[in-house]
Ligand binder design. Structure first.
Ligand code: ZN
Length: 563
């Protein structure tokens, strides 16, 4: 017992010192030189991914200098109206890459290479991989300003550290940055599930309790949770998940859990430590968290068990966390949640298994109507072919073949890897077809189709009702910061609202007297901005062209006198 209780401290100590070896002498330069206050930490649960970096607050404004945390060279620059927006990647000599996302603008050589590339490709969205040594930076050198571009919804710096070789995201909070954190994780609830030996949850066999903070750690009412005997099976058992968040100093923001340990009857059974998340497996967050609690109730249940196919490298102690049980058992549960600074919270309770019959059904989805993780499957009729790869689902999913023409799986069930939908149609292929899937929240997801021998096909990462459609609607363009009747302007900035009803915007270009000029597209505000270079004067034809993903085009043309 004593041994298991001191384990968490021991672990935190060991791993800090092992990461210490990759910190350069004198430490890293801060990426931003205002107090490092986090609005999000590494490993936070997000839709379809873990948060792969930390978000530093920037006082609700843009334009702070961004500093290279160490000497190095710029290895990648990307400009996109989505995701990371304007982002810079810097490779450092000790084998890590630092990433600075949502920048408002670039500086120096980074800025000039982006402008040249945008001119050459006649595109705002560019991705550049400078040669090694092409853009060298000294430790603490400024290369960009903080911003709010891409999918960012408020000004901040999204900062990542990656392993240069594997590109796996590493937890920046173990690299010695001056981030104050004296607050322990907050445990809010605990859930007990009936599980198969593979860690799959039996439907409707779980129970939830609220966790309350007491003098000696968190507790549940009565210090015990009683479960029915039929939660137990011959080869499976039970598992627990804990609704837990963390906060750091200086901000009220809810952050994510770093580490946890589950001890059952004095034996350490399962652990999580979120030091490294590869991009290939980040979507397994859908299996790590209680997906339904997250999507319906925004609760942050971290499972203390894993399914056989969950490839996240964040788990410890080798097992899958399934706790063996029999009717009449009393199991002593100790849960420890901790952060990188060693702040920890504990939750202790007993699981009491009632007397009675075990569940005779010793597995899930054993008949052929189930799509099983680890198995591929094809469903087909005269007009449809649905091909599922081995990594489509996280848990067995019952499929209903009778609705195959209009619906696949369940909209509320997450998908790990895209599956293929093939729809037979006599429609002539004119490049305008797409497949639409309606998600659990009613959102329409559109997939561009390919056509072959009478079949349209597309790949979907969503289950739900689907249909083959044609997009014949052109994008829309409206003036934003000036009247549509404008014939002259002295303004240095012109903005237009652009949109597209179905497949979405693929390209946008501005021509003045036939010459291409850079416009910046902000997808979240659905507008494009033209910052007029000082040389443009006099009466000119201004043409804005917007094209959607199936090639429908809209043009806005007007003669404007630039003053
Ligand atoms: Zn972020």
């Amino acid at each position: 017992m004593i041994q298991s209780l001191i384990l968490p401290f021991f672990l935190v100590f060991i791993h800090l010192s092992s990461f210490g070896q990759s910190i350069p002498e004198g430490g890293y330069h801060a990426p931003i030189t205002i107090p490092l206050i986090l609005s999000s930490n590494f490993g936070e649960l997000r839709p379809n991914h873990f948060h792969m970096g930390v978000d530093f607050k920037t006082n609700n404004r843009i334009g702070y200098n961004l500093y290279s945390i160490d000497e190095g060279f710029v290895s990648r620059i990307k400009v996109s109206p989505y995701g990371y927006g304007k982002v810079v990647y810097i490779d450092h000599p000790n084998g890590v890459t630092s990433v600075y996302a949502h920048c408002s603008e670039f500086k120096g050589k980074v800025d000039s290479i982006v402008r040249l590339t945008q001119e050459r490709e006649q595109d705002f969205a560019v991705e550049i991989f400078p040669r090694k040594g092409e853009i060298s930076l000294k430790k603490g050198e400024v290369f960009a300003l903080s911003g709010n571009t891409g999918s960012s919804t408020a000004p901040h710096l999204h900062f990542e550290i990656r392993d240069t070789k594997t590109e796996a995201a590493l937890n920046p909070l173990v690299f010695g940055f001056d981030v104050a954190d004296t607050r322990a994780p907050e445990i809010r609830g605990v859930k007990v599930y009936s599980l198969t030996k593979d860690g799959y949850r039996f439907p409707n066999k779980s129970t939830v309790r609220t966790a309350t903070k007491g003098r000696s750690g968190y507790y549940v009412s009565g210090n015990k949770i009683t479960i029915p005997a039929n939660f137990c099976t011959e080869s499976g058992g039970i598992g627990i998940a804990v609704d837990v968040i963390d906060r750091l100093n200086g901000a009220p923001n809810q952050c994510g859990l770093y580490g946890s340990i589950l001890i059952v009857n004095g034996d350490t059974l399962f652990g999580q430590r979120t030091d490294r998340v590869p991009f290939e497996s980040t979507r397994y967050v859908n299996s790590h968290k209680d997906f339904e609690e997250y999507s319906k109730n925004r609760k942050k249940y971290h499972k203390c068990f894993k399914t056989t196919h969950n490839s996240l490298p964040i788990y410890e102690y080798g097992g899958n966390g399934v706790i063996k049980c029999s009717p009449g058992d009393v199991l002593k549960i100790e849960y420890v949640g901790y952060d990188p600074k060693g702040n920890r919270s504990t939750l202790n309770f007993d699981i009491v298994v009632s007397a009675g019959e075990m569940n005779p059904e010793d597995g899930l989805g054993l008949d052929l109507s189930y799509l099983q993780p680890g198995y591929s499957l094809q469903l087909e009729n005269e007009n449809r072919q649905i091909q599922f790869g081995v990594e489509t689902v996280y848990e067995p999913l019952k499929l209903d073949e009778s609705t195959l023409d209009t619906e696949i799986g369940k909209a509320s069930v997450p998908v790990q890897r895209a599956y293929t939908i093939k729809v037979k149609s006599s429609d002539e292929p004119d490049g305008k077809h797409y497949i639409e899937v309606i998600t659990a929240k009613g959102r329409k997801r559109t997939m561009i189709t390919a056509y072959q021998d009478g079949w349209y096909h597309a790949h979907s990462k969503y289950f739900g009702k689907y249909s083959l459609k044609r997009d014949l609607t052109s994008p829309t363009i409206a003036t934003k910061n000036f009247k549509s009747s404008t014939t002259y302007t002295s303004s240095k900035k012109m903005t237009w609202k652009i949109g597209d009803a179905h497949t979405g915007i693929a390209d946008y270009d501005l021509f003045i007297d036939g010459k291409w000029y850079l416009i910046e597209y902000e997808s979240k505000g659905s507008f494009v901005t033209f910052n007029r270079p000082s040389g443009i004067k006099g009466s000119k034809e201004v043409k804005l062209v917007v094209v959607d993903k199936v090639g429908n085009k809209k043009e806005w043309v007007k003669v404007i006198d630039f003053r």
